[in-house]
Design a protein around this ligand. Structure first.
Ligand code: SIN
Ligand code: MN
Length: 283
């Protein structure tokens, strides 16, 4: 397969549950993305704020289909999709993308969770999904970079419970896992990316700095893992890959969120709602 990973990086991903690829996007590409996102009124309007339980709020906007704008070019370009296909071992499709708007000083934390802890409810039989976080702004410990527990994907799926606005992994297990597994702070420069397994435990702290920490996260599912029931994220939808050069071309042409329909997250976070519904129905 044609992705960016060599065999050593693939081994690291399989063993550690994540791999960081520095500079996957160039300074020019990422500044076009940053300018488009920070100036995108529709993205801002669609964002929901989620309380982190400590008085801070973290905002996010989400869309299911990648579209033809600059967001879509990042999510559909070969260096992304071919690389995820290397990790998942076959064809993948776009499950959704989101922008995490962790604003300066006020941006809140994310509780420890596994993405599959949320998505399990969506009719996905296997945890054969991968999330790719792209640093739009520099991410540091101070502004709340992503933290992962190395090797935690091997724990399998952990129960997730609602606390406040966020769904998090069962803290008893997280506390024990923290004693045995190394915590990695994924500090990243704009354009760096971290690819992580759907069962990798991750979280992030609040933004205590003067700088925003925005990040785009593209999530992919294996074509072979087509969900057995409908949910708020799409079933198998063939992904049209684009050449890597399309990121710059579309960005320079005034990239915006063209072709992207933001999900309505206004009432409550969809994943949290799904958890609440399953709890109510006793499943
Ligand atoms: C997420 O897991 O969806 C967000 C994590 C972060 O932005 O730190
Ligand atoms: Mn997550």
């Amino acid at each position: 397969m044609n992705g960016v990973f060599d065999s050593e990086e693939l081994t690291r991903y399989f063993e550690d549950g994540y791999v960081i690829k520095r500079g996957l996007f160039s300074a020019e590409e990422i500044s076009l993305l940053g300018a488009a996102a920070h100036g995108d009124h529709a993205l801002d309007q669609a964002a929901v704020a989620r309380d982190d339980g400590a008085g801070n709020k973290v905002r996010l906007s989400l869309w299911n289909h990648p579209g033809d704008g600059i967001y879509g070019m990042l999510a559909r370009c070969r260096r992304m999709v071919d690389s995820v296909e290397q990790l998942l071992g076959g064809e993948v499709y776009h499950y959704h993308s989101k922008m995490i708007l962790k604003d300066a000083r006020t941006g809140g934390a994310w509780a420890w969770h596994q993405d599959y802890g949320y998505w399990y409810q969506n009719g996905l039989l296997f945890p054969d999904l991968c999330s790719v976080m792209i640093a739009v702004d520099a991410a540091t410990k101070e502004n709340g970079c992503l933290e992962v527990l190395k090797g935690s994907h091997r724990m399998g799926r952990i129960n997730h419970v609602l606390s406040g606005d966020q769904a998090g992994a069962d803290l008893e297990r997280v506390t024990e896992a923290e004693k045995r597994l190394e915590k990695i702070y994924c500090e990243m420069a704009p354009g760096d990316t971290v690819f992580f397994h759907a069962n990798t435990l991750h979280c992030s702290g609040p933004n205590r700095s003067e700088n925003p920490r925005w990040a785009m996260i593209c999530c992919y599912n294996s074509a072979a893992n087509d969900p057995y029931k409908e949910s708020h994220h799409p079933g198998y939808t063939p992904l049209e890959k684009v050449d890597d050069s399309e990121v710059l071309r579309v960005g320079q042409a005034g990239g915006d969120s063209r072709g992207v329909e933001f999900a309505n997250l206004k009432d409550k976070d969809l994943s949290a709602r799904t958890l609440a519904e399953s709890r109510e129905s006793g499943s």
